[in-house]
Structures are given as structure tokens and as C-alpha cells.
Design a protein around this ligand. Sequence first.
Ligand SMILES: Cc1cc2nc3c(=O)[nH]c(=O)nc-3n(C[C@H](O)[C@H](O)[C@H](O)COP(=O)(O)OP(=O)(O)OC[C@H]3O[C@@H](n4cnc5c(N)ncnc54)[C@H](O)[C@@H]3O)c2cc1C
Length: 321
Amino acid sequence: MKDIKHFNATSVADAAGKLADVDGAAPIAGGTDLVTAMRAMIYPGTPDAVVNLKTIPDLAYIREEGGNLKIGALTTVNDVAASNTVKSKWAALAEAAHRMGSPQLRNAGTIAGNICQLSRCWYYRSPFNKFNCLKKSQGAVCYALAGDNRYHSIFGARNGCVCVNPSDIAPALVAFGATIVTNKREIAAGDFFEVRVAPDKSGLTVLDKDEIVTEISVPAPGSGIKSAYIKFAFRKAIDFPIASCAAVIGNGSASICMNAVAGIPRKATGAEDAIAGQNITEANAESAAEAALSGASPPAKNGYMVQVAKTVVKRAILACA
Ligand SMILES: Cc1cc2nc3c(=O)[nH]c(=O)nc-3n(C[C@H](O)[C@H](O)[C@H](O)COP(=O)(O)OP(=O)(O)OC[C@H]3O[C@@H](n4cnc5c(N)ncnc54)[C@H](O)[C@@H]3O)c2cc1C
């Protein structure tokens, strides 16, 4: 068993410094994702050190400020789901948080950890690095391209990898036009996600090694705008989405984002164009959902995901009527 150094960060600057200085260091918050990856030894080399963010004071809060919802990075997913402030104007975000994992995971997992979580691709996650895939090793292959790809991207590869982004909260943040605040910059939620492959960091965000999410800022939707989050998973609890959709619709505008169908949360621009300014009906929700999935090219084993994704998009739109 390998020794892993553990640092309790006292401030964001302290955490960033440790991440910059210590080789192979990774930030840890609730640990519900990172610890399972480390324990299964999915990496060619496990992180040599973890920098505990939970010891940083004042990073867990939910408040409304200047018309925006501000959520501290260490806020638990459960607190987001249960917050009356979030439920009052950002229903899709509250519902996305509510649909994440199980009560135990929601109590331990944080909002920042949720959007920074690693890929669930079973080749990538295979214990003891059985498949040293493209995400982990330069020049290696994406095993899912030719292998068992039943839970993989139906919109092609990103950087050669066909994993999907599994976060429940990510599509809600993209649909609301949220901003992710880090110790270095502010990033639009729509620009925050990427499929990283070796020799780069193998995560699913654009964050630098020494970059830490500190806050999430979500603009308030105007009056008359409704939002909804719909997720399909094989099990009702403790299951990642097969496909999900967050919709924010009203006052002539529509913002719709799918997740778990591509490497990054995917804005359904065809659906937005089809539904913006319309009275929502069964018929136009159906044609908007068709538009959302136009261009899908599922690999051999997951053609079923196209119909699942269409259905979640349609239901998310109808829930905003
Ligand atoms: C059985 C099981 C079921 C699950 N089901 C779901 C599900 O249905 N939906 C879903 O979305 N997720 C699910 N998850 C994933 C995970 O539990 C959640 O995403 C959780 O919110 C992760 O938060 P955390 O604080 O525990 O993250 P951690 O495990 O602490 O960290 C996750 C990643 O984020 C990085 N990180 C953490 N905080 C920060 C920060 N502030 N800045 C920069 N990087 C950071 C870490 O380095 C790590 O790479 C599940 C996990 C398990 C084990």
C-alpha cells in the first residue's frame, strides 16, 4: 500500500500553494468520488498527496446577492437540494442536486466536487489500472470506442475519448448561465467542462493543477421563467444518469442543456430555437426534442440512448409549461 500525504488547507491560497508545490497532489472535498478512484487504484500512479479543502473556513454558504445566487464550493449537495432559496427561483438546480446519488452521498459530497468529478467510464475506472486508456497514458487507445460503449457519448469523441460527463448538477448550471469562480478566474459554466486526456490532467474540467473552485454564481431567471431537471437512470437511487436535461424556459427565451450524452454538457440549441417564444405543447416539445438529438451518432452498443435523451428533453420542456 502506498503512503499518501494529507494536508489540511487553512486557506484557498494555502491549498493552491500545496497543489502547485507537491507533485501528484489533488484537492479533496467530500471525497465521495476521489477516494473511490484512489482506493480502486485506477491510476498508473495514485495521487501522492491530497489537499483537504474542508478545513478552509467560510466556503460553505448559500445566499442571494445582487440578484445572483451564490453558492460556496464546500456547500453539500444536500444543502443545495434542501435550500428554500434555491428552490424558490432555481428549481432545476435544486432538483438536480436532489437527484444526485443517495442521502449519504448528498450529505458528504459538495457542489464543487460534483462538477469536478472524474469520468465514470468503466475502462477508465477499472480497478488496478487494468485498462491504461487514452485519458491516462499518452498514445494509448480509448477502449470504449471499439469495446463496450453502452454508456458512452452519442455525439462522438472529444480529444479521442468517448466518455460522458456524469454530473447531475452541471447541466443545470449551464442552462442557468452560471459562472464558476476559482482562485484564478471566473469561467462561464458552458466553458468549464472539457475531456482531458494524457499527458494532460485526466479530469473533465479546464481547471489547472493548482486551481480551486471557490464559488458558483447563478443569475436569477427573470419573472415568468420556469425551470426543470429530468434525469433517467436505471435505478431510482444511487445511479448516474443515462441521460439528463435541464431546461430554463419563459419570456420568449429557452436554455436547454443535456448531460451524460457527450463528453461535456451539451446545449440543445436546436431545441432552444424550436421552443423559444412558443406556447409549450406536446407537439412542439416533441419536435424540439427531435432537434436536440439531431446529429447524434451513437456507437454500436448505445443506440437506445438517443430515444432516452429525446424523452428527457421533451419531459424537461413540458415541465416548464
Ligand atoms: C455510488 C456513487 C453514486 C454516485 N451517484 C452520483 C449521481 O447520481 N450523480 C452525480 O452527479 N454524482 C454521483 N456520484 C459522484 C459524487 O459522489 C458526487 O459527484 C459528489 O458531489 C462529489 O463531491 P465530493 O465533494 O465528494 O468530491 P471529491 O470526491 O472530494 O472530489 C471529486 C473531484 O473534484 C475535485 N475537487 C473537489 N472539490 C474541488 C474544488 N473546490 N475545486 C477543484 N477541484 C475540486 C477533486 O480533486 C476530485 O477530482 C456518485 C458517487 C458514488 C460513489
